[in-house]
Design a binder for this molecule. Structure first.
Ligand code: R5P
Length: 310
């Protein structure tokens, strides 16, 4: 079998290094920096001819993270790698995935095109905002779920009459999967969003009074969706309120907002690193390094990944 090498941009070097530890290797030698004018500069410092190359970079803001991914892919392709896989633990711009009003872009499709044109021959990602984004690519695409990592952690808690809550319609599928595996019932919050980044809650659909609840979502951005969901559940007299979420984007005042909300604990993963000021006792970070590492290993060995898609 040929060699496997993982090269990472600057977005989440810790997770990339942890994935490499799982694989029993070290990060590939690459310089990802900036020219004096701020443009992204990439240089692979090792020969990768004929190598199975994995380019690792989550694409949360700023857009430099996306640019680094694209430029690294281009460098790998031009350096004659045998195969180039984009490993994107968090796929940014995913929420702009359809024309929901006149004269708006489908940015998720644009990003898919960019990744493909830059040189990716396959993609590995985790908890896409909507699974249909896979169809924006015409190359092999592996879509992992962080659910096994989050559920293992949640199972250790002594819940009483557990209800898993979807904070909006888009999260129902994820919530249903969690409810099934946590042996819990399901509730839903009917949310309407009057304008971008502002959420408004209408109704809790389902019985939560006196129950422990776990709110699940793919990402937390401004924190508005989760904070308002927690307030609504608190008003309905839910007992303990825990949040399980894959991608902690946590922009603007999200951390302060969540800290002040009636939430006992927020469990997230390390697809996006938390800046020191975002590391508060209420937020527990679980690692998806083993899951991503195992997927990379199986892709490299041309083995099935299906048992990881649970
Ligand atoms: C919505 O469709 C997503 O699943 C999240 O609920 C939402 O994007 C989170 O955004 P925010 O934290 O800004 O409310």
């Amino acid at each position: 079998m040929d060699e496997l090498r993982v090269f990472s941009g600057n977005a989440n070097l810790k997770l990339a290094a942890d994935v490499c530890s799982y694989l029993g290797t070290v990060l590939g030698d690459i310089e990802v920096s900036e020219f004096n004018d701020g443009e992204t500069r990439v240089k692979l410092n090792e020969n990768i001819r004929g190598v199975d190359v994995f380019i690792f970079q989550p694409t949360f803001p700023p857009a430099t993270n996306l640019i680094e991914l694209l430029v690294m892919l281009d460098a790998a392709k031009r350096a004659s790698a045998r195969r180039v896989t984009a490993v994107v633990p968090y796929f940014g711009y995913a929420r702009q995935d359809r024309k929901d009003q006149p004269r708006v872009p489908i940015t998720a499709k644009l990003v898919a095109n960019l990744i493909t044109v830059a040189g990716a021959e396959r993609v590995l990602t985790m908890d896409l905002h909507s699974a249909q984004i896979q169809g924006f690519f015409d190359i092999p695409f592996d879509h992992l779920y962080a659910a096994p990592v989050l559920i293992d952690y949640l199972k250790k808690k002594a819940f009483k009459d557990l209800v898993v809550v979807a904070p909006d319609i888009g999260s129902v599928k994820m919530a249903r999967a969690f409810a099934k595996r946590l042996n819990a019932s399901l509730a839903l919050i009917d949310k309407r969003r009057p304008k971008p980044d502002v959420s408004e809650l209408l109704n809790v659909i389902g019985e939560v009074e006196g129950s422990d609840v776990v709110i699940v979502d793919d990402l937390i951005s401004t924190g508005g969706t989760i904070a308002e969901a927690a307030e609504a559940l608190h008003k309905q007299k839910a007992r303990r309120i825990i949040v399980g979420c894959t991608h902690p984007v946590l922009c603007r005042d999200a951390v302060a907002l969540l800290n002040g909300a009636p939430i006992e604990e927020i469990v997230v993963t390390d697809t996006i690193p938390l800046a020191p000021e975002k590391q508060i006792p209420k937020i527990q970070v679980l690692s998806v390094a083993e899951l991503l590492g195992e997927a990379i290993k199986r892709i490299h060995e041309e083995r099935s990944l299906s048992s990881l898609f649970v």
